[in-house]
Structure formats: structure tokens, C-alpha cells
Design a protein around this ligand. Structure first.
Ligand code: PLP
Length: 416
């Protein structure tokens, strides 16, 4: 979305205010041209005979987004059996889906196996049980390289205390399990966290994975996970994807030569592909001046966009209705009966009640983390594609709040 003659417009001239008027607020809007731009960037940055980008769909699971990425050529990274099923429904081939769960039951892994997807196992106990039962089913193993990466503790998953992956210090044990069960390990995987800035740290993790890979003879692919940081503010730093792609490709080519086989290099970005494509629009209900602060209270809250409260994430906020007023300082809050502050002391074009505020970087981990807290409906989702706006999820209604609730008849004798 760009400011054009004092008005914010999507590529192709679609007016976000029209979308808000037609579908109501709050509403999530996704611009497919940005998803494509990001996919192409990463794809062009990798220069190898065999590579695959698997979209980590927990970031945003609307089926139309999945279909769009499938058409671009992406595979899918999934973390639950339900995401696997969504991916299959969206048209991904089983072989293009990798299932990377954490602390799920053997039963769920068996279900995924029966759907024919790639299985990525992240602990020795389940690997051993799986290997005894299904030695012929090829697996990937998640290695934890113990590098500290990631924007903060909650999203850093590769460190020593992390629950994710099999420690690279346990590789001898891992090999014993593989030998004893005759498991066919066709992939090794790492994913160290979100918001990784330092390419050197990423390369260090990669080195550990390559080193581990030398000890496995049946490999077909190596999955380097994701965690690329995107900009959240004007002039914000972000992962230099072009440099990262080039350096990893160079390193990987040398490795494949030593290994004696061209393996597939896989990445599995979520945020990088969809974060910047998303905008969240919410209407200002109240402008409230207290002794110390001017609050703008919007018709949304942590029920729809929890990242600022959950992670302390920064989302740029601008006045979509009146972008050209004199800027003033506001604290933007929600309508939930909890402290749900979206942003403190933000400089925003002067706000009148009824104005629509727009939150940036609302594509990843926003709608997928939304809830019905305070018995509010989850918002609508709209996709802007080739100059047209499409409703891709209707706003919920009272029926949705009551669905699956089972009413007991208190007048029946058996209850009393
Ligand atoms: C969440 C997740 C990703 C995606 O992380 P981003 O920071 O959104 O790129 C990739 N791989 C796995 C295994 C994940 O759990």
C-alpha cells in the first residue's frame, strides 16, 4: 500500500477504504503482489540445482493464501495434522508438504504418515518408536544446533534450553537409534528462531548441520528452516536475503560436491513471505484524553492482533482515513477488558473518532493467533489480487460463537 496523491492505495488502484466500507471493520487485508515479491526474492537469492521454499503456514493459513503460494511453486511447512490437511485441501502434493511437529503423539505422526507427507521428527523417543514400527518410511530429523538466534527469548528456539529438536551433542545416540531400527534418514532440519539478523549466526548453525549430515548416507535434502527478519519500521534493519542466499548457496555447493550428490536445499519461511503483505484496519471508537495521555481506542484488541501484547512486537500504525493532518502523539489501545495496548506515543496524523487506523506487518501470526475473547467475532479477511479485492473469510456471527456449545436442559429431572 502506497501513499498516492494523499491517498493510500494498493497496487492496481484498489482503495483500502472501500474495502473497509464494503466488508466492515476490523478487517485483515492481504496483498498477493507482496507475497510474490518476497517469494521471488528468496527464490532468486538461492542459486542451486535443487532447492525448495516451503511456506511455514502457521503464519497465515487462509486457504487462498495457501493456494496462491502453491501456484508460485512453494511447498508447505506444517506443524499440526490439521495444517497438513489444510495443505492437501489447498492442492499441495503430499510430497511437497513437510510435517514438523513438536511434542505431538506418535498417533498424530502416524496419521501424517498415512497421508504420505514428509515427516520431520524432533525427539529420540518418538524416533525410536517410529523406527521400530515403520523402518521403511523415510524421515527427516530435526537437529538443534544450539545457536542463540531470534529476536527475543519467546521466539528463539535453537538455544540450549529449548524444547525443540535433537541436540547435536546427541548425534551419536541418534545414529545408534537409526542403525538399530534401520530407519532411512533422508533429511536433516534446523530452525533456530524468528527475527534472525546476523547472517554469521545463521551460517554457524548451517555449518553444524552440514557437519552432522556427513554421517548420514541416504540424505536427499537439508532444511535450514527460517527466521528471517522483515522490517517493522521505516529504515528498520532486516535479514539481507540476497547475501544470505548467495553465501549459503556457495557453501552448499561445496558440501554437495564432498557428499557426492546434489541434495535439495530447503527453507521454510513464514514471516518473510507474508508479514508485509498484511494490513489490519480498525476503526477508532473513542479519542480519550486522560491527565497524561491521549488514547485512541479502536474496535479491536488482543483478540484480533495479540503480537504487541504477547511479544512486544512493533506494528506501524497510520491514519488511513486522514493521512494528511498534522501529526499528534497517541497511545493506541483496544476495546478488550484487559490492558491491550497496540502502541505507545505514536506519531499519527490527527485522529477523529470514526477514522480508520491501519496496522502494518499484519500478515504473519496475526489472524492465525486471533480468538473470540470477550465473545467478539473474529474479523473478515480480504485478499487484493491483480487489482481486485476478494472476500476470503467472512466475519463471524453469533452462530459461530455458539457453534459446538451443547446446551443442557436444566428442567430435565436427570440433571436435578
Ligand atoms: C514457525 C516456524 C517457521 C517459520 O518461522 P518464521 O519466523 O515465520 O519464518 C519455520 N519452521 C518451523 C519448524 C516453524 O515452527
Amino acid at each position: 500500500m502506497e501513499l498516492n496523491d494523499g491517498k493510500f492505495l494498493f497496487q492496481g488502484g484498489v482503495d483500502p477504504l472501500n474495502i473497509c466500507e464494503q466488508y466492515g471493520c476490523p478487517v485483515y487485508i492481504y496483498d498477493t503482489s507482496i507475497i510474490k515479491r518476497q517469494y521471488d526474492r528468496l527464490n532468486n537469492a538461492i542459486n542451486l540445482p535443487k532447492s525448495k521454499i516451503n511456506y511455514a503456514c502457521k503464519a497465515l493459513t487462509n486457504i487462498n493464501i495457501l493456494k496462491f503460494l502453491q501456484q508460485l511453486g512453494a511447498g508447505l511447512d506444517t506443524v499440526s495434522i490439521q495444517e497438513v490437511k489444510l495443505g492437501l485441501k489447498a492442492g499441495f502434493k503430499p510430497d511437497d508438504i513437510i510435517y514438523t511437529p513438536n511434542c505431538v503423539s506418535l498417533k498424530e505422526i502416524e496419521d501424517a504418515m498415512n497421508l504420505g507427507v514428509k515427516i520431520n521428527i524432533d525427539n529420540l523417543s518418538i524416533l525410536e518408536q517410529f523406527g521400530h514400527l515403520y523402518p521403511e518410511y523415510p524421515v527427516c530429523v530435526r537437529i538443534n544446533p544450539h545457536i542463540f538466534a531470534g529476536g527475543n527469548n519467546k521466539i528463539s528456539v535453537g538455544h540450549i534450553d529449548s524444547k525443540f529438536g535433537i541436540s547435536f551433542h546427541q548425534v551419536p545416540h541418534l545414529k545408534r537409534v537409526v542403525e538399530a531400527t534401520n530407519l532411512k534418514v533422508v533429511g536433516l532440519h534446523m530452525h533456530t528462531g524468528s527475527d534472525i539478523l546476523d547472517i554469521e549466526v545463521f551460517l554457524q548453525g548451517c555449518e553444524i548441520l552440514l557437519n552432522t549430515a556427513k554421517g548420514f548416507n541416504d540424505l536427499e535434502y537439508l532444511d535450514l528452516g527460517s527466521g528471517f527478519k522483515v522490517p517493522y519500521k521505516p529504515n528498520d534493519i532486516s535479514t539481507d536475503i540476497e547475501e544470505l542466499g548467495q553465501r549459503i548457496s556457495n557453501r552448499f555447493r561445496v558440501f554437495c560436491e564432498e557428499y557426492g550428490k546434489d541434495l535439495t536445499l530447503m527453507f521454510e519461511p513464514g514471516k518473510f513471505l507474508v508479514s508485509e503483505a498484511g494490513y489490519f484496519c480498525s476503526k477508532v471508537n473513542v479519542v480519550k484524553q486522560t491527565i497524561s495521555t491521549v488514547f485512541a481506542g479502536v474496535d479491536s484488541g488482543l483478540n484480533h492482533l495479540i503480537r504487541p501484547m504477547f511479544y512486544g512486537s512493533h506494528h506501524e500504525i497510520f491514519n488511513l482515513s486522514q493521512p494528511n493532518n498534522k501529526p499528534r502523539i497517541y497511545t493506541i489501545v483496544g476495546y478488550i477488558c484487559e490492558t491491550d495496548t497496540f502502541g505507545v506515543n505514536r506519531k499519527i496524523s490527527e485522529i477523529a473518532e470514526g477514522d480508520i487506523l491501519c496496522f502494518k506487518n499484519a500478515g504473519a501470526y496475526c489472524f492465525t493467533m486471533s480468538s473470540n475473547y470477550n465473545s467478539r467475532y473474529r474479523p473478515a479477511e480480504v485478499m487484493v489480487h491483480e487489482g481486485q479485492a476478494h472476500l476470503i473469510r467472512a466475519r463471524e456471527t453469533m452462530d459461530d460463537l455458539l457453534r459446538n456449545q451443547v446446551e443442557v436442559n436444566f428442567l430435565e429431572k436427570s440433571i436435578v
